[in-house]
Design a protein around this ligand. Structure first.
Ligand SMILES: [Zn+2]
Length: 558
């Protein structure tokens, strides 16, 4: 494992998707997670602020690029096309800014990237890449170089690309055991690659922490409306066993990392209780900002919708009647065209009379701007007034059940997004922050309610995650002031001896390093022009359909 000329020091990153000190601290204190505890205490650690909105697609891209979503362009798993209303899926090609591994690779270093969300399709680099989350199918080409796929399979067995469906929504014990097994199976491949390939930068993301927390948060939180003491007694030991297993696997990986390597750990966002859906498109329709077509079919569907013929209700009825097979089809939106024919959908929206709509799980609202979208209605003279009106109304919205404020903060686009991709990002973000209220799905009209108890997931993303750095030059026991997810890319490049591109929004976390290290290593900057376009592509229509199905299975899309 030779170090290339321009790389001075090596870095290994271990991501823990969506973990939070709120959940982990008691277990860290009790000594149940000894490897993570030693990693955090043996160097610098602290809380890590995510992107707005704190969605994995956007947050991992911000980690990878050191830039805000206005630069890299990812704001959720789905987004509307810039000039219309069709929904597109984000993938590795959507990112409009080079990732850490591109920069390291360009500097002659070798990078290994495993299970980093939003990397499919794998792209050539000096090193290797193995994609998982949102890889269309086990038959897809998910590694670079292509030969790595067979090599890893032969040594470590088939790399499990997708989250298990076992027990999901039925027996949480079975689900927890299945995701634990997935991490065990993945770890075999990760350890093989750590040990047998050359790398200057190594990245692996434990993805299942996020999925598990979405499913079982109510069993860990006795103030959750769906808390079930009997079930918690059965399942919490299994959940603990899962986290102890993740910690053990992390320890086995760390044991394979040489002493002179900086180890970085992070979560892309925090986590917390999710209580209710906030159906933003229904709210926009109730306020008159979204209008439906007056055709007989659309009017009939709207009438049925008002009576409760909605995908969420259909799911409840089917579940009650124990029509299991059908349940999966509705949940997955199989034959989306059929569902759209039956239920009220974006197909029934009268765009020529609509001024705002939402696409995404995190309060993303897009205005129907004239001259930008095909049937745009909002003139430049009306734009600011309408944004203010929607923002004021959103912040005035209270949950009729307990009077709590649903949207404590509204961000205008330019307050949170700036850069080359900002113009295609939402005009407003209705930020619910503490995750109690989360919007449902990425389009269409899942329910006829504006606010209603959640079904399925019980935990969701919060703004604050964790980070830790341990290695030569990092004194033990440093507690960092709350850092930003955007700070890690510049910090990692700087540690490796590379200049920080000036376009990066984050800063080098010099407070993590010793005075001697900082004195010997002043931060260098590099003026880089971001050229080349952003955009989708690289995946076929069939692959997009498979990815959409994966997102539905995970509950991200209606
Ligand atoms: Zn995440």
């Amino acid at each position: 494992m030779e170090t290339s000329s321009r790389i001075q020091r090596r870095v290994a990153v271990f991501g823990l998707d969506g973990v939070t000190f709120d959940l982990l601290q008691p277990w860290l204190d009790e000594g149940r997670l000894p490897n993570l505890a030693a990693l955090l205490q043996g160097g610098a650690h602290g809380r890590l602020r995510s992107t707005i909105p704190p969605v994995s697609a956007s947050a991992w891209a911000s980690f990878s690029t050191g830039t805000n979503p206005g630069q890299h362009g990812l704001v959720d798993f789905t987004y509307p096309v810039e000039d219309g209303y069709e929904i597109q899926i984000t993938n590795g090609r959507t990112r409009a800014v080079p990732a850490l591994w591109d920069i390291v690779s360009g500097a002659g270093g070798q990078a290994g990237v495993i299970s980093m969300p939003m990397t499919y399709p794998p792209q050539p680099l000096n090193g290797f890449m193995l994609c998982s989350f949102l890889t269309p199918s086990q038959e897809s080409q998910y590694t670079y170089p292509a030969s790595l796929q067979a090599e890893v399979t032969q040594i470590a067995g088939p790399f499990p690309l997708h989250m298990s469906e076992k027990g999901r929504g039925q027996d949480p014990r079975i689900f927890v055991r299945a995701v634990k097994q997935m991490e065990v199976d993945r770890a075999a491949a990760v350890k093989y690659l750590l040990q047998n390939k050359s790398w200057d930068l190594f990245l692996y993301v434990f993805e299942t922490t996020d999925n598990l927390q979405h499913e079982v948060w109510h069993l860990l939180d006795n103030s959750h409306p769906l808390y079930d003491a009997d079930m918690a007694e059965l399942v919490v030991p299994e959940i603990l066993d899962y986290y102890e297993t993740v910690d053990r696997l992390l320890g086995e990986m760390l044991a394979l990392v040489p002493e002179d390597v900086l180890i970085v750990t992070l979560s892309d966002h925090g986590f917390g209780p999710f209580h209710k859906f906030f159906h933003i498109n229904n709210w926009l329709a109730a306020k008159g900002w979204l209008q439906f077509k007056r055709t007989p079919v659309s009017q009939l569907k709207r009438w049925a919708f008002q009576l409760g013929m909605t995908p969420i209700n259909a799911l409840k009825w089917i579940t009650a009647l124990r029509l299991g097979g059908m349940r999966k089809n509705v949940k997955r939106g199989r034959g989306g065209k059929t569902l759209r024919r039956v239920f009220l959908s974006f197909n029934d929206v009268d765009w020529a009379r609509t001024s705002a709509f939402s696409v995404g799980n995190f309060g993303q609202v897009y205005l129907n701007v004239a001259g930008k979208r095909r049937q745009g209605t909002v003139s430049s003279a009306e734009y600011e007034g309408l944004r203010d009106e929607i923002a004021t109304a959103a912040m005035a919205l209270v949950d009729p059940e307990d009077g709590s404020q649903v949207v404590p903060t509204v961000y205008k686009r330019e307050e949170v997004f700036h850069g080359r991709s900002a113009s295609r990002l939402p005009d407003l973000v209705l930020h619910t922050d503490r995750a109690k209220y989360v919007s449902f799905g990425h389009a269409d009209f899942g329910s006829n309610q504006i606010i209603e108890p959640s079904t399925g997931q019980t935990g969701h993303h919060h703004m604050v995650g964790i980070t830790g750095l341990r290695g030569p030059g990092v004194p033990a026991g440093v507690v960092l002031p709350e850092a930003s997810l955007l700070d890690l890319a510049p910090t990692i490049l700087h540690y490796m001896g590379l200049p920080v591109p000036k376009y990066m929004d984050g800063r080098v976390l010099t407070e993590a390093f010793s005075d001697a290290f900082n004195a010997a290593n002043p931060v260098q900057f590099h003026d880089v022009d971001l050229t080349g376009g952003a955009g989708s592509g690289g995946v076929s229509v069939e692959e997009e359909a498979l990815v959409m199905e994966k997102l539905r299975d995970l509950g991200y899309v209606a």
